[in-house]
Structure formats: structure tokens, C-alpha cells
Design a protein around this ligand. Structure first.
Ligand code: GUN
Length: 304
């Protein structure tokens, strides 16, 4: 039986550590602060931002939720970012993505002060990360490393295969694994004979954004599988494709009309030595690492 890597429990431990640090800083008169910018009314983004703001409150971090309208311009957003850059009560700036099409996302992310870039999306932080310098690292990939380390899964010398090359997950995950001395392969849509490559993985990271993309024949028995995907499925056909015969999932699906599946087919998990479930795997780490980054930014900005 594979071991299930409980992201919710690991995230709870990290959040407790962050809360303890917040208390230590409070004794020195410092309160870390996060600005969470939510543009328009994207339901998934609203849920994520609510959860980020609530977690700040739980841990004693100050937060300011800012909600420009769907019609906001790039210029207005740049003014907002500049104002947040100047505010002394704000240590971290998070702009929830995606943004409406009329907003120049890259220009905005580039405008955030690198020392307040708690998402780790600024090119300066991407460059620092790849150069092995101290940097604010993107939260989801940082969470992947925390799951592996805190579950005592060896990384050094292991073959790590990352499927997906996004700037937000795939590329930084590969870099962090490399810094832990894994032998890293990055795969993408043009990779030749993908199953042959993924079958070499001791650690397989799936960050494609396609439900159930990793099938059993792509997995080496005993491998550790980290599933970064979060895909909502709503049709009976999809349900049966992934969860036929799973009574617990079926109850959720019938009650809510949808359920979540990662980028890994559930049958592929059965071959693994250990895996992160969806939900309850990597997802909870993203917010925990955002909180950790906010406290880190607060300390770095004060030279602590
Ligand atoms: N949208 C989806 N994931 C993320 C994330 O990690 N950070 C931000 N800012 N937006 C997102």
C-alpha cells in the first residue's frame, strides 16, 4: 500500500511554526503584513483570497484585501502596486492571478518590489533562485520540497522528473529539486516518449493542468508522486473515467455535482510508494508557504 502524504497535516505544522515566529516578532513590535489584491469576480480566485486572508488572521499576520473592479486598467493597477510598495505596514504583495485580459500581468509582477514579492514571481527572485542566492521562492514549489523533506523522502541523488514547465510551478520546482541535489528532468508537451522518461522517476512531480494525465504505465512502481494539479470534474463520463467504483467519491460527486482530480490518474497512485492526494496534498502547502514567505519578507526587510 502506498503511503499517503498528508499535506493538510504538514501545512498545519508549518502554520504553527509561522504563528510562533509571528509571536516572537510581536514582542519586538513587528507585525508582518500582507496585501492581497483580488481583481473582479473569478469564483476560484475569491475562494483562494478568502482563504489567504483568513489564514493571516489565524496566524496573527495583518492583511489588507484590496478589490479593484473587473474593468481596472494597467495604469490603475501600477499605481496600486507602487502605493503598496511604499507602505511600511505591508511586507508582502500578492496579486491573485489570473487578471482580466486588459491588464498587463507581466508589467504588474515586475513592478512589485522584489523584497515584497511573496509569490516569488518577480524575475529578480526567479534569477536569485536559479543562482542559488537567498530568494523568496514560489509558494507551491516550495511546498513540494517541504512535503518531501518532512515526510523523510530522500531527494539527494534521486531522479526527479517534473512534468510541466510553467514559470509558477514547473521551472521553480525543478530548480528547488536541483538545489537539493536531485538529478532533474523537465518534461513538456514536446518531450519524446514521455512515459519512458517518467518511468525513470524516483520522484515524479505532475504540474500539467490536465486531469488524470499521468497514467499507470508512466509510473515506476514505488516512486513518490507529487500531484500539483487541481482540476474540477463535473460530468459523469469523467467521474467514471477516474473514480468508477469509489463509493466515497461518488457520494461527494452526487452531493456537489463535481469533484476534484489531480494531474495524476488515481490508478497511477496505486503503483507508487507514496503520493500526495487531491484534495489534501500540495494545495494546503501553497497558503502555508505564502504565510512563511510573508514572515520571511518582514524579517528580511528589517535586516533580521
Ligand atoms: N493563481 C493560481 N495560483 C496562484 C498563486 O500561487 N499565486 C497567485 N498570486 N495567483 C495564483
Amino acid at each position: 500500500m502506498p503511503k499517503i502524504l498528508d499535506g493538510t497535516a504538514i501545512a498545519a505544522t508549518i502554520k504553527q511554526e509561522v504563528a510562533d515566529e509571528v509571536k516572537t516578532l510581536a514582542a519586538q513590535g513587528i507585525r508582518p503584513g500582507l496585501a492581497a489584491v483580488l481583481v473582479g469576480r473569478v469564483p476560484a480566485s475569491e475562494i483562494y483570497v478568502r482563504s489567504k486572508v483568513q489564514t493571516c488572521a489565524d496566524l496573527g499576520i495583518y492583511s489588507d484585501r484590496i478589490t479593484p473592479p473587473e474593468t481596472v486598467t494597467t495604469e490603475d493597477m501600477l499605481d496600486l502596486v507602487n502605493a503598496l510598495n511604499s507602505r511600511d505596514d505591508i511586507d508582502g504583495i500578492l496579486i491573485q492571478l489570473p487578471l482580466p485580459v486588459q491588464v498587463d500581468t507581466k508589467a504588474l509582477l515586475d513592478a512589485i518590489l522584489p523584497e515584497k514579492d511573496v509569490d516569488g514571481f518577480h524575475p529578480i527572485n526567479a534569477g536569485r533562485l536559479q543562482a542559488g542566492r537567498p530568494a523568496l521562492a514560489p509558494c507551491t514549489p516550495a511546498g513540494v520540497i517541504e512535503i518531501l523533506k518532512r515526510s523523510d523522502i530522500p531527494i539527494s541523488g534521486q531522479n526527479a522528473v517534473v512534468v510541466g514547465r510553467s514559470d509558477i510551478v514547473g521551472k521553480p520546482a525543478a530548480m528547488l529539486l536541483l538545489h537539493q541535489n536531485a538529478t532533474v528532468t523537465i518534461c513538456h508537451s514536446k518531450t519524446r516518449d514521455l512515459p519512458a522518461v517518467t518511468r525513470e522517476a524516483d520522484i515524479l512531480v505532475a504540474a500539467i493542468g490536465h486531469p488524470g494525465f499521468i497514467t499507470p504505465q508512466m509510473v515506476r512502481p514505488g516512486a513518490t508522486i507529487i500531484d500539483v494539479g487541481i482540476n474540477r470534474i463535473t460530468t459523469r463520463e469523467d467521474f467514471d473515467r477516474f473514480f468508477a467504483g469509489n463509493a466515497r467519491r461518488e457520494a461527494t460527486f452526487l452531493k456537489r455535482g463535481s469533484t476534484l482530480v489531480g494531474d495524476v490518474h488515481p490508478k497511477a497512485f496505486e503503483l507508487s510508494g507514496a503520493y500526495t492526494p487531491v484534495p489534501g496534498g500540495v494545495g494546503p502547502l501553497t497558503i502555508a508557504m505564502l504565510m512563511a514567505n510573508t514572515v520571511r519578507a518582514a524579517k528580511m526587510r528589517r535586516g533580521l
